[in-house]
Ligand binder design. Structure first.
Ligand code: NAD
Ligand code: MG
Length: 328
């Protein structure tokens, strides 16, 4: 059974009288900085001078510094710039300014797990990874709730690294929802595997190919869109709230029988073998090497693929249909 921490298990005490530097003020940075401040903690923000987050963070009442200066002032460093920017920001601005005994926190294990960032021995290295977009981290907090998070200790110099991580989790509201203990390896690998084979990659291809089959057989694209994309959300809501069995109880007997007999023939053992192969590429580090290399060249392949996703017929129909459903 996974170890799950809630509000009772966490105290803000390790962070009181400390200075927390939130590096980056994007999705996670803004949400976490605001939540920590509302929890009564001392937060400064570290950014590039003149970048577009600089004015926003200032206008929301934070002291904003260049990254190096924020790090030098802080006891706790929250690394919330994009993963592919982190190695450079780390090398040039964070590492040279780190104090002995500082706590370094990540929201995703990618750079540490794959060795793109190698923290010195004399700091704590922890992770508090909210399992939700930044917007939800803030909105749930304001509503008196929180989003679940994963928590991990990579390096425990102080002997209190877990207490620091739990305090951060409490400060951003995550212990209100529940915080699961994991490792940098498990968080990173499951995150990448999940987004590739199920969430982003899997769902996208399932929907696109389902749409193509219907349209190629001569059915109207609008009907196909409603069937495989719009309704996918409604089915997912049922699964999310009630589980797969619960979803089955919510659809017709015909859908139950068709789904249970035909589903495994479409998503069959061969597909599962391919999922396993993709997962092994993540685990071996092969995917990370490929992505770091692609990113270092300016992500030409990513841009090409995004363009082709944009021009898929599903998108043209989608634009029309969504106008109908959601207005302009
Ligand atoms: P983001 O792209 O929304 O924000 C980036 C911020 O970093 C911006 O304020 C930008 O100005 C700043 N920045 C970029 N390059 C910089 C540089 N060189 N120097 C200084 N500042 C710089 O990033 P994000 O989506 O919030 O991701 C941050 C971390 O959180 C990542 O590790 C990511 O994996 C993790 N995470 C994100 C989400 C999410 O909601 N998107 C969810 C869970 C975990
Ligand atoms: Mg992910």
């Amino acid at each position: 059974m996974a170890r799950i921490y809630t509000d009772r298990d966490a105290s803000l005490e390790p962070l009181t009288r400390k200075t927390i530097a939130v590096i980056g003020y994007g999705n996670q940075g803004r949400a976490q900085a605001l939540n920590l401040r509302d929890s009564g903690l001392g937060v400064v923000v570290g950014l590039r001078r003149g970048g577009k987050s600089w004015e926003l963070a200032k206008s929301e009442g934070f002291e904003v510094y260049e990254v190096g200066e924020a790090v030098a002032r802080a006891d706790v460093i929250m690394v919330l710039v994009p993963d592919m920017e982190q190695p450079r920001v780390w090398r040039e601005q964070i590492a040279p300014n780190l104090k002995e005994g500082a706590v370094v926190d990540f929201a995703h294990g990618f750079c540490v797990h794959y060795g793109l960032i190698k923290p010195p021995d004399n700091v704590d290295v922890v992770m508090v990874a909210p399992k939700a977009p930044g917007r939800a981290v803030r909105e749930e907090f304001l509503a008196g709730r929180g989003v679940p998070a994963l928590i991990a200790v990579h390096q425990d110099y102080s002997g209190r690294a877990l207490q620091y991580a739990l305090a951060i989790a409490k400060g951003i509201g995550a212990t209100r929802a529940g915080v699961i203990e994991t490792t940098f390896a498990e968080e990173t690998e499951t995150d990448l595997i999940g987004e590739q084979i199920v969430l982003v990659g899997g769902l996208m291809e399932l929907i696109k190919r389902g749409f193509e089959v219907l349209v190629e057989m001569g059915y109207q694209p609008e009907v196909a869109y409603f069937e495989v994309l719009n309704e996918a959300k409604l089915i997912m809501d049922l699964i999310w709230r009630h589980g797969i069995y619960g979803m089955l109880l919510g659809v017709s007997d015909t859908a139950k029988y068709g789904g249970l007999t035909v589903g495994p023939r479409v998503i069959d053992d061969e597909v599962k073998q391919k999922m396993r192969a993709a997962a092994l590429r993540v685990k071996s580090g092969e995917f990370a090497r490929e992505w770091v290399d692609e990113h270092s060249k300016g992500a030409p392949n990513l841009r090409k693929l995004l363009e082709s996703a944009r021009s898929h017929p599903l998108e043209q129909v989608g634009e029309r249909v969504r106008k109908l459903i959601f207005g302009a």
